[in-house]
Design a protein around this ligand. Structure first.
Ligand code: XMP
Length: 474
């Protein structure tokens, strides 16, 4: 007997009596992994056309999280993680500094390189002696001038102690109308609070933050070669969660990698991808703190065509969910999600979060430029197992691909329509999810998972679900 397997377009959620009056009644808080909670169930995919720091920053500010892809040198991937950890940091632990006997040209270069508007000036003993900001240098033309002669000196600096609260810092910044508040302990610089970061914190009340108020970020590692060194450097940089990135996650390679990472590091490990209850169970037994579900359902995947393997995505979630639930480990539905309806179905079927590639690849924040093709604005979205991604990896490693025919691609390179700001895309997705939960009579992620009733539909039902018998204008 070959069992039937369904996916998103084969089913609908049956509407149920709802007591939800407004969107405020619906709570989208959910678990990403054993120890990480998110305010919205969205994760941006670890693909080189989807998530680097720009995407991860907005994902976290909006209440989700981004996973920095691993097709970068260790140094570059670490840098992307650091950019996120620094983005909305209330206290910058190691602010950029300069010496008093350096020149204005040095200061300009450092500010440009680190993309900051000010540097703290430290003497040889590490004591804070002043600050130099863009305001101090904007009309200064002599690049040879010493910092000492241009900076705002210590006597005129407003500083605070290291244990100051964000609220107290806000008051001091407002009272003195300053933008930067250096923190000093025993005459040594121990941090910096900026007005910009305080404002950003107020602007994003749902943001995903660590204990120190920094945005959450994840990063992917492979299962071979430098993965331990990579993981070590990522953890050191403040990465909050690691993703074991392997297409066939129900493999000894993946299981051993999870075990090794869990032994060495005390942060959450997301493992995948699997499409069966057995795969979920084996990864959980190896120590996974979340399991990523999805084989071959991604928009740019050809795994099912090339290998004949995979499970239609909704079925894969339905099959994995009971095992994950029993173990108290969240599932991430990865691949094939095109809209908020698919997302709601994935969550109702048992996923705690969804990972998105295609839907986010066309936004401003994805890596890569926007191009106009056939008169339409577009961006690239490529499978990480596509031939182009493979060539890119070879090039980065300084290797030539002498035998291109040896590589069997399991992904394609594609263009997706330009979609504008990712925050607007997220708003639409979460708005759709809120409504979807309300149709199911659910106020929480747990409730939709408990209450949801699916119904199977035919091709006629699907046709009826889309606009029909009209000429759609927009
Ligand atoms: P969507 O549909 O959101 O899917 O674009 C994103 C997910 O697709 C997976 N992925 C691949 N799968 N070959 C595959 O079979 C590939 O080249 C490939 N690249 C990405 C991945 O799980 C991602 O999150």
């Amino acid at each position: 007997m070959i069992p039937e397997a369904l996916t998103f377009d084969d089913v609908l959620l049956v509407p149920q009596r709802s007591s939800v009056v407004s969107r405020k009644d619906v709570e989208t808080r959910t678990q990403l992994s054993r120890n990480i909670t998110l305010n919205i169930p969205l994760v941006s995919a670890n693909m080189d056309t989807v998530t680097e720091s720009a995407m991860a920053i907005i994902m976290a500010r909006e209440g989700g999280i981004g996973i920095i892809h691993r097709f970068l040198s260790i140094k570059d991937q670490v840098r992307e993680v650091q950019l996120v950890k620094r983005a909305d940091n209330i206290v910058i632990d190691t602010p950029f500094t300069i010496g008093p006997y350096m020149s204005l040209a040095d200061a300009k270069e450092a500010m440009h390189q680190h993309n900051v508007s000010g540097l703290l000036v430290l003497d040889d003993e590490g004591a804070l002696v002043g600050i130099i900001t863009r305001r101090d240098i904007v009309f200064e033309e002599d690049n040879n001038k010493l910092i000492r002669d241009i900076m705002t000196p210590k006597e005129r600096l407003v500083t605070a102690g290291r244990d100051i609260s964000p609220e107290e810092a806000r008051k001091i910044l407002a009272k003195h109308r300053i933008e930067k508040l250096p923190l000093v302990y025993e005459n040594k610089l121990c941090g910096l609070i900026t007005a910009q970061d305080i404002v950003k914190r107020l602007e994003h009340p749902k943001a995903s933050r660590d204990k120190r108020g920094r945005l959450l970020v994840g990063a992917a590692v492979g299962v071979k070669e430098d993965f331990i060194e990579r993981a070590e450097m990522l953890v050191k940089a403040g990465c909050d969660v690691l993703v074991v990135d392997i297409a066939h996650g129900h493999s000894d390679l993946a299981i051993n990698t999870v075990r090794e990472l869990k032994k060495k590091f005390s942060i959450d490990i997301i493992a995948g991808n699997v499409a069966t209850a057995e795969g979920t169970s084996d990864l959980i037994e190896a120590g996974a703190d979340a399991v990523k579900v999805g084989v071959g359902g991604g928009s740019i995947c050809i795994t099912r065509i090339v290998t004949g393997s995979g499970v239609p995505q909704l079925q894969a979630i339905l099959d994995c969910a009971p095992v994950a639930k029993r173990a108290g480990i969240p599932l991430i539905a990865d691949g094939g999600i095109r809209n908020s309806g698919d997302m709601t179905k994935a969550i109702a079927a048992g996923a705690s979060t969804v990972m998105l590639g295609n839907v986010l690849a066309g936004t401003d924040e994805s890596p890569g430029i926007t191009i106009i093709r056939n008169g339409i604005k577009q961006k690239v979205c490529r499978g990480m197992a596509s031939f182009g991604a493979h060539l890119g990896r070879k090039e980065r490693e300084g290797q030539k691909d002498d035998n291109p025919n040896d590589y069997v691609a399991e992904g394609v390179e594609a263009m997706v329509p330009y979609r504008g700001k990712v925050s607007e895309v997220i708003q639409q997705l979460v708005g759709g999810l809120w409504s979807g939960m309300s149709y199911c009579g659910a106020r929480t992620v747990l409730e939709i998972q408990q209450n949801a009733r699916f119904t199977k539909m035919t091709q006629s039902g699907l046709r009826e679900s889309h606009p029909h018998d009209v000429n759609v204008v927009k």
